[in-house]
Design a binder for this molecule. Structure first.
Ligand SMILES: [Zn+2]
Ligand SMILES: [Zn+2]
Length: 86
């Protein structure tokens, strides 16, 4: 059974080769090769805006959501949400 996967490298935009040895590894990372993966690490971080305190902050895509500047603000948001649900 063959799955239809078509993923494009986030760095160079090339189709990620399916027969590549470490394909599944790169698929997870969304890169066609180790080179592109390394390049992506050097890319400037994204700027996000905290939805709790409104502060702008840098974050890395995939590691953080870009919604919260810190764990503290995330906790505040979670608490508020819990209270609203009661
Ligand atoms: Zn690539
Ligand atoms: Zn914040």
């Amino acid at each position: 059974m063959e799955m239809k996967y078509k993923r494009y490298c986030q760095v160079c935009g090339k189709l990620i080769p399916k027969k590549s040895e470490s394909w599944s590894r790169y698929l997870k990372k969304k890169f066609c090769s180790y080179e592109c993966y390394v390049k992506s690490l050097k890319k400037p971080r994204k700027i996000g805006k905290c939805i709790v305190c409104g502060r702008e902050f840098e974050y890395r895509e995939g590691q953080q959501t870009g919604k919260f500047c810190s764990q503290e603000c995330f906790n505040i948001y979670q608490k508020k949400k819990d209270q609203e649900n009661v």
